[in-house]
Design a protein around this ligand. Structure first.
Ligand code: MN
Length: 243
């Protein structure tokens, strides 16, 4: 049962996450969720085989082919998780803030490149590549585009759970040298930043974990702006409640 682990870890009377089921038909969507849990990470999910195959990527995906991003495979998620954005309450599995960071479609690529280029493949090829631990695919997202590979690490290092993969951008016209994921902190569904989704608590945490470097200053200005907007909204709501 592909969603057994997903359901075992969650209490659906406490978390706003969907219970979900295995779908009979699979589309070819993908979602990347930015998730501020115990540690900030990005969840990379591909819709296939009736579920969302899922990897937790601590540093997030990159469009720079020089970045090989560690991606820990986690339990399959239901397809209805696709547009989940919000707050998982304290004391629940994965407690913290979730942003829909990118969405789009994906297509399987043929496992063998022809003259350095990959060409569209079949779902059967994708399933075989997934099972083998070397999946080639193309993304059509709002932030992520082009060809990627997810490659399972074979050598088991001490303390490894055997669920470690690398997410790697292939060299193509969508590659971006020196890609900085922090410049893309907005929800593709609601345009909100993670701090805006989290509200005050998340904002405080976020502030204290970032030193005031050159880039930090820029972010601080942006944060101040987000906080000001939030305060204004709260003041408005408070005002309305009085009437
Ligand atoms: Mn997560």
């Amino acid at each position: 049962m592909p969603l057994e682990e997903y359901k075992r870890k969650r209490r659906f009377d406490e978390t706003p996450e969907p219970a979900g089921k295995v779908e009979l038909k699979s589309g070819h969507r993908f979602v990347v969720q930015k998730h501020e849990a115990t540690r900030l990470h990005y969840d990379f999910r591909l819709e296939t085989e009736g579920v969302l195959k899922s990897w937790a990527v601590p540093k997030g995906p990159s469009l720079d082919p020089a970045d090989k991003r560690l991606a820990m495979q986690v339990e399959d998620h239901p397809v209805s998780y696709f547009d989940f954005e919000g707050i998982i309450p304290e004391n629940n599995y994965g407690a913290g803030t979730v942003m829909v960071w990118d969405i789009g479609t994906w297509e399987p690529l043929s496992p063998i490149a022809v003259q350095g280029k990959y060409h569209p493949g079949t779902d059967a090829e994708a399933s075989a590549m997934l099972a083998k631990g070397d999946l080639k695919f193309r993304l059509h997202g709002k932030k992520l585009n082009g060809d990627f590979a997810l490659v399972k690490l074979k050598g088991r290092r001490p303390g490894s759970k055997g669920n470690e993969w690398l997410l790697i951008k292939k060299n193509d016209e969508y590659a971006v040298k020196g890609y900085d994921i922090d410049e893309y902190d907005w929800s593709v569904l609601t345009r909100r930043s993670l701090a805006e989704i989290a509200g005050d608590a998340g904002t405080k945490e976020w502030k204290s974990s970032r030193p005031a470097s050159g880039r930090g200053k820029l972010k601080a200005a942006w944060l101040a702006d987000a906080v000001a907007k939030l305060d204004k909204k709260k003041a408005l709501t408070a005002g309305k409640k009085k009437h």
